[in-house]
Ligand binder design. Structure first.
Ligand code: TTP
Ligand code: MG
Length: 605
């Protein structure tokens, strides 16, 4: 790239209002695993501490770093550098995961998008929060922490003020993490993710750095290796080095023509913009993982019983992770890496299938699996294994993996109607998975029937009596418009059966819509934004509006229904000819041709 191009590119930072509109914070926990261990055991604080995984010190506290202990040092080298180094085994990641989730939760309390990156890093987009606070601030704003090279010329778009305010928010966040959880952290503040991440470690530990947009190019040009750019991996680095592009400054100056010769046009542009400190990727709010899995790799395993042992050990660990997550798995995947001894190559293969949610029980709020449930899971695993491996022939495996890949949210009401609806969804999802599993008649499928239920203990929110299942099944059947003959008796729902909390209510509404368009799919993710149903929920919470209901209607039942269902009923009562049901004669309902909502309001005899 010529100097002129460089100039125009860097001057583009100064002109546009929208260029620097964002305020992004990147937070990284100091010596994360070591801090977790020091919080668990404060005696470790005063000594040089290394966290050991196999023969490697994956990290160390800052006391140990004074002796030259670096991340990923061999244990033997670390002990040579610091004979007093205290080593703690860090192979069990549970405490680290828990700490990571707690930090993420603290950061979420600002109600800004938070994107988790690994276990100890998070991006937070505070753009809107900054705007809000600016509206209420008349004083001049000072920076919190360090500035990377205060620029002599200030951008006119107001980004300096915004980023200064963001630096104060970063400081609040770091303070809260320390105050509530005891972790010290570093932060980087910039108008994009790239620069925020890169300046974050400039003042380690326990401090923060802000960079203003016009310093991006200059900052980047000082990075020694193109590999320092977060999204440039090993292969890209090698490809760049092969073109003698070694430093970020080299990348800034190389022509686009040359880059396009060796990379796709998109990639070439991305590389160039990154080298100039530009990055418009958004902070994506992190949700819960779509799958939770574990793998174990080894030299070779060629005996079925050994494979079974490996899976049993993995399953134990996986169940702990799932318990921490809290959702109920409904699908299980088995992965193998097969070694082809003739070709000296290996490849992965996976199979997955449905598992019954009834395997998982809830005791004192915690997800658990009984011995029998574990055996069921093991037989499912081994069945999938035999789908992947022809046991009549020799096999060689170098990895086994297990993952739960689909989940249903835990229901708050004991055996609540939504539980049945969720099971209903699971049945639908079997269809989606059949090809994958190739075992359409397996026990996994049959286990997920509407007759299976999740047994639960009552938690605080679980105040409803356990309704009788047949009524739920009938209710579902009716909502799916089954014929009269398919429904054993007209449903007479009791209040307890339909007193849904707001989340359930939302789900029922959704399910109704879904069942109408026949696109039921499993819901693996947490409930969506409640706002579109807020009016319906308000109505129900305040007792609803059953003024127009016929006298035979149980008002409590009516009020517990979602708003759209209430409207549907009211419309039918208003205009009985449409529903073919006389408004004043509920007993005649049985003569109705169609399966309508009105049938639910047959009074108890
Ligand atoms: P880092 O954030 O890279 O390191 P750190 O938090 O220990 O130290 P710093 O103060 O420099 O941020 O990684 C986070 C954790 O990830 C770290 O505590 C241990 C773990 N880790 C590994 O398991 N393997 C690795 O190769 C590295 C680099 C880290
Ligand atoms: Mg860290």
């Amino acid at each position: 790239m010529t100097d002129r191009n460089m100039e125009s590119s860097s001057s583009s930072y100064m002109g546009s209002q929208n260029e620097h509109i964002k305020s992004i914070i990147h937070i990284d926990v100091d010596c994360f695993y070591a801090q977790v261990e020091m919080i668990r055991n404060p005696e470790l604080r005063s000594q040089p501490l290394g966290i050991q995984q196999k023969n490697i010190v994956v990290t160390s506290n800052y006391e140990a770093r004074k002796f030259g202990i670096q991340k990923c040092m061999l244990v033997c080298d670390a002990l040579k550098a610091c004979p007093n180094l205290k080593l703690v085994n860090g192979e069990d990641l549970r405490e680290y995961r828990t700490a990571s989730s707690k930090i993420f939760m603290v950061l979420q309390s600002w109600k800004c998008p938070v994107e988790k990156l690994g276990l100890d890093e998070n991006y937070i987009d505070v753009t809107n929060l900054v705007k809000e606070r600016l509206k209420n601030t008349s004083n001049s704003i000072t920076i919190s922490g360090h500035i990377y090279n205060e620029p002599s010329v200030e951008c006119t778009c107001g980004c300096h003020t915004r980023l200064k305010l963001a630096s104060q928010i970063a400081n609040e966040m770091r303070y809260k993490i320390y105050d509530e959880l005891g972790f010290t952290t570093c932060a980087g503040i910039a108008h994009n993710k790239l620069l925020a991440k890169l300046v974050c470690p400039l003042h380690k530990p326990n401090d923060q750095t802000t960079i203003f947009p016009e310093d991006g190019v200059n900052f980047m040009s000082n990075l020694q290796s193109v590999r320092s750019i977060p999204s440039i991996g090993l292969k890209t680095t090698e490809a760049l080095i092969s073109q003698k592009i070694i430093t970020v400054s080299d990348l800034q100056q190389v022509s686009m023509e040359l880059l396009k010769k060796h990379f796709s046009a998109d990639m070439a542009v991305r590389l160039k913009t990154l080298s100039l400190g530009e990055d418009n990727t958004p902070v994506k709010q992190t949700g819960r993982p779509q799958s939770i899995g574990l793998e174990d790799s080894f030299k070779t395993v060629s005996v079925k019983s050994e494979v079974e042992e490996k899976f049993a050990a993995l399953l134990q660990r996986l169940l702990i992770l799932v318990r921490e997550d809290g959702r109920i798995p409904v699908s299980l995947r088995v992965t193998l890496r097969k070694k082809d001894v003739k070709r000296l190559s290996s490849h992965r293969e996976s199979r997955q299938c449905q598992v019954s949610p009834s395997i998982f029980t809830i005791n004192n709020g915690a997800l658990t699996v009984t011995e029998a449930g574990q055996q069921k899971l093991m037989s499912t695993i081994m069945r999938l294994f035999t789908k992947l491996i022809d046991l009549s022939k020799p096999f060689h495996l170098t990895l086994v993996g297990l993952a739960f890949t689909k989940f249903q949210e835990r229901m708050t009401g004991r055996s609540s109607i939504v539980n049945y609806l969720m099971n209903d969804i699971s049945v639908q999802s079997v269809l989606n998975i059949q090809n994958d599993c190739d075992t359409s008649t397996s026990m996994d499928y049959s286990a997920v029937s509407p007759s299976s239920s999740t047994t639960t203990d009552l938690s605080d929110a679980e105040v409803e009596p356990s309704p009788k299942k047949p009524k739920k099944v009938t209710w579902i059947a009716k909502r799916r418009c089954l014929s009269k003959e398919e429904i054993a008796s007209p449903s007479k729902l009791k209040v307890g059966e339909l007193r849904l909390n707001s989340k359930e209510l939302e789900k029922v509404s959704e399910l109704r819509l879904n069942s109408r368009d026949r696109s039921l799919t499993p819901r693996a993710s947490p409930a969506r934004d409640m706002s579109d149903n807020s009016e319906a929920m308000k109505d129900v919470a305040e007792g609803g509006n059953c003024g127009d209901c016929p006298s035979y209607v149980d008002k409590e039942v009516f009020n517990a229904l979602p708003e759209d269902m209430q409207h549907e009923l009211k419309a039918m009562w208003k205009n009985p000819s449409n529903s073919e049901l006389p408004r004043s004669s509920p007993r005649n309902m049985n003569k109705s041709k169609s399966n309508t909502l009105l049938k639910y309001f047959v009074p108890n005899k």
